[in-house]
Ligand binder design. Structure first.
Ligand SMILES: NC(=O)c1ccc[n+]([C@@H]2O[C@H](COP(=O)([O-])OP(=O)(O)OC[C@H]3O[C@@H](n4cnc5c(N)ncnc54)[C@H](OP(=O)(O)O)[C@@H]3O)[C@@H](O)[C@H]2O)c1
Length: 385
């Protein structure tokens, strides 16, 4: 009887909301100041424009930025030329932005279909690279002229010519490091690192499946895992995408559009299954992941765009583990650990972001349309300022 009861499949609908980024826009007159901690930063709003340590003031007080004044499709992304340049406070720097990483989450937020939404109007985006042009008081680790990247605490929104960023959340970029690649590090590499090392406890010689390896996070996961001595398999939805996955050091690439491709993955592991699966589309793949993961394997959910019917028994039988990763809830300590590890790899060249489509800031609507509706990823999408 027990067995019968056990055999009864428990179907459950799960909605996994993992990507929670808080964007809040504080408006005072016509200024646009998104604040990640959901608070209105009055001090920030009233500070002097761009006072740097030496009291230098930028020649302009207005910049070009993308402003969203209502939620909707990509047509709500409006390029404006008179957006006030944000001010730098104590501990912060002003970055003249060279390139911006475009992430799928920015389309979810823009559409209004997201758990945490900013106050309107707001400037979207997280990931930037560029040059420091002004520094606030109490900044000791960086100076004007430094090349940097950032993806968290870009309090004034990334889709802009200038961004104010807290210096604790900056990553230095080597002099010869391409700004496009700098903008591709933030969200993808920190998410991939967190998934692999802070969640899945990845070890050298583990067999890893990156389920969705041709985009920003997937390629980052491949590179980090290969440099850690893991055996990596990746999937993509096109021949070109599979080629790019192999270029990241994956041992085998599979096409997630091909019928029966997961059987081939199982075969490639001699029936054992991957020890770790980093999952980019869990609402489609989670049940099958549970079937193919190795005994005591770990599945880390990075991407989720809906619900899935799945069988919890599959987790029980293998004593496997399903975990979620949410970059937005990264602590400062976690960030510091990841920043050290990723910066070191940037220096040694073991991290080399692969750039996919490039658009100008003015072409932001097309970028949003393509990142969400196009398949056949071949690297990280960036906006050039
Ligand atoms: N949890 C977090 O903190 C966090 C952080 C960053 C990103 N994310 C989420 O993670 C996902 C990936 O982000 P990204 O920046 O890498 O996006 P991206 O650059 O747009 O790449 C999307 C990836 O998903 C792949 N894919 C498409 N259909 C798939 C399928 N049926 N099975 C497996 N993979 C499939 C794509 O492959 P093809 O294009 O080759 O078909 C591509 O490799 C997004 O949903 C994003 O919102 C979450």
């Amino acid at each position: 009887m027990m067995l019968q009861a056990d055999i009864c499949y428990c179907f459950t609908f799960i909605l996994i909301i993992l990507e929670c980024t808080s964007y809040v826009l504080t408006t005072k007159g016509t200024t646009f100041f998104p604040d990640r901690n959901n608070r209105i930063d009055q001090e920030f709003c009233s500070a002097n424009m761009l006072s740097s340590k030496g009291g230098k003031v930028l020649s302009s007080t207005a910049m070009r930025a993308v402003v969203v004044s209502k939620f909707g499709d990509e047509s709500v992304l409006e390029v404006q030329r008179n957006v006030p340049i944000p001010t730098v406070e104590s501990g912060e720097v002003m970055v003249k932005v060279a390139a911006i990483g475009v992430n799928p989450v920015e389309t979810y937020i823009r559409s209004g279909n997201y758990k945490m939404l900013p106050k309107l109007p707001y400037v979207p985006g997280n990931d930037i690279s560029g040059t420091i042009v002004a520094i606030g008081a109490n900044v000791t680790m960086f100076k004007e002229g430094d090349r940097v990247a950032s993806f968290m605490r870009v309090k004034s929104g990334a889709y802009a010519e200038y961004c104010a960023v807290h210096s604790d959340w900056l990553m230095p970029l080597p002099n010869d490091f391409d700004f496009r690649k700098g903008a591709a590090i933030g969200t993808p590499y920190f998410t991939a690192y967190k998934a692999l090392f802070l969640k899945a406890n990845a070890k050298a010689n583990d067999v890893l499946l990156v389920h969705g390896a041709s985009g920003g996070v997937g390629m980052a996961a491949c590179q980090l895992a290969v440099s850690h001595g893991m055996k990596v398999f990746g999937t993509a939805g096109s021949k070109e995408g599979m080629d790019v996955v192999l270029q990241q050091g994956a041992e085998r690439a599979f096409n997630h559009k091909e019928k029966g491709y997961t059987d081939k993955i199982l075969e490639a592991t001699n029936g054992h299954g991957p020890d770790i699966i980093i999952e980019m589309l869990s609402n489609v793949n989670l049940n099958r992941d549970l079937e193919i993961v190795a005994p005591k394997g770990r599945i880390v959910i990075v991407g989720c765009r809906g619900t899935i019917e799945m069988n919890p028994r599959l987790i029980m039988g293998k004593e496997s583990r399903v975990e979620g990763v949410a970059l937005a809830v990264t602590t400062k300590e976690e960030f510091s650990e990841m920043n050290r590890a990723i910066s070191a790899r940037v220096k040694t060249g073991s991290i080399n972001p692969c750039i996919g489509k490039e658009f100008s800031l003015n072409d932001v609507q097309r970028a949003h349309r393509e990142i969400i509706s196009n398949s056949g990823s071949k690297g990280k999408m960036v906006l050039i300022v």
